[in-house]
Design a protein around this ligand. Structure first.
Ligand code: FES
Length: 102
């Protein structure tokens, strides 16, 4: 596991997200209620990009079928999705945002 610098602190306003690719699969860095989070970009239901969704509180909504996922745990909050997103540790240090990946 390595910490990778993915954004500057303050780069994302609350409710904004950024596509990042610190490894082979695409991830989303999200500034939401409670801080920054990092999750898989692709929805666990039908492999649709959550980039097209929106942030509400501490959840991200998939715009294809409407499932919400908790950004901290990755768990779906409503159907049809029933599998969690993978989440990745995030820290803000020295004015930079870091994500820990495998
Ligand atoms: S593809 Fe995301 S809820 Fe169906």
């Amino acid at each position: 596991m390595a910490w990778i610098n993915v954004a500057r602190e303050g780069e994302l306003a609350v409710g904004q997200m950024k596509r990042i690719a610190p490894m082979t699969k695409p991830l989303l860095l999200v500034n939401a209620e409670g801080g920054h989070y990092c999750v898989d970009e692709m929805c666990s239901h039908e492999d649709y990009s959550l980039w097209f969704g929106c942030i509400q509180g501490r959840a991200i909504k998939c715009s294809l079928h409407g499932s919400y996922f908790d950004l901290e745990s990755g768990k779906p909050l409503n159907e049809p999705a029933d599998c969690p997103l993978t989440t990745y540790p995030v820290k803000v240090e020295d004015g930079e945002v870091w994500v820990k990946t495998a």
